[in-house]
Design a protein around this ligand. Sequence first.
Ligand code: SF4
Length: 302
Amino acid sequence: MRILLQFPEGLKQYAMQYAEKLEKEGNEVYVSAEPSFGACDLAIDEAKKIGADKLVHFGHAEFKRVDFNVEYVEYPITASLDLLPKSLELLKPYQKLCILTTIQHVHQLRDIKAFYEQNGKQIFLNKPNGFAKHEGQILGCDVGNVASLDKQVDAFVYFGGGLFHPVGALMQTTKPFFVIDPFQGRIEQIDYLRKEEESKKKARIARAATARRFGILVSTKIGQYNLALANILKKKIESKGMQAVVLLANTFDFDSLNNMLEIDAFVNTACPRLVTEDQERLRKPLISPDELMLILESKRKK
Ligand code: SF4
C-alpha cells in the first residue's frame, strides 16, 4: 500500500521510525514535511498527488468527514497526576468542577474524575460542539458547551500543557479557571487573562477601524477553507465604499502578508486562533469576521 504519513510539529521527531516500521510491513511510505497544527489540516492534496491509498494523520482525532481514506492515530500521552492532590487546596471553595483537556489526555479523564469525586467534588464534562470528538476534549476552535456549563459549575479545571487550549475556553466563561500543567509542574489560576484578552481585542478593533483596504485570509486547509464567508465579507466591506481582496494560502506566511503594503487590515476566515495567537507577527491588525462586523456596523451609525 502507498501511504502518506502526516505528523503535527511535536511528533515530527518520530516520523522516521514510523516510516521504517510501515516499510518493513511491505508498504511504500512517504512523509509530509508541511507544517501541521490540527486535524483541520489534512495533507489530502499531497496524498492524491502521489497516488497514495491512505493518509495516516497522527496526534489528532477526526475533525470532519472527508472523501479520502484517512487513518487517525490519536497518540495519547499519559501525564503525571501528581499535581491533583496539591490542587485540592486551591479548589477547596469550589464543589462543582468542569474538567477540560486535550485529545492527548482524554484517556486520563476517567482517573482525574474519579480522584476529584473521591474528594467530594461533583464533576462535569463538556460536550463537543462540532469539531472535537470526545466528551471533555477541547480544541483551539471548539470548546464545546463550556458557555452553558458556566451556569452550572463553580470552577473550570484544565489539565494539560500550555495555555493555547484553555484560553479559548476561558473567554467563554466567567467562573474561576485553573490550569494544571503536568509538564511544567504548576497549577495556576488564569482568570487575569480574560482582561488581557479583552483589551487586546479592543486594541485590534480600534486599529482596524481606520482601515480602508482589507485583505481577507482564506486557508485552503480542508477544515478551515471558507471562501463563501470571505466573499460575503468582501461584499459587505465594498458596500461601505471600501476595498477588499481575498488572499489564499494553505499555511499563511506572515512575512509575505507583511509585504502587502497596500493592505490596512486583515480579516481572518482561517483558523480562528490566528487572531489571538499571531497578531504580533503582523504589522497590520488582524481581526475576526465578528470584529469586522462591529466595525462596519459602527460606520453605519455615523
Ligand atoms: S482550526 Fe485552528 S484551533 Fe481548530 S483544529 Fe485547526 S489549527 Fe486547531
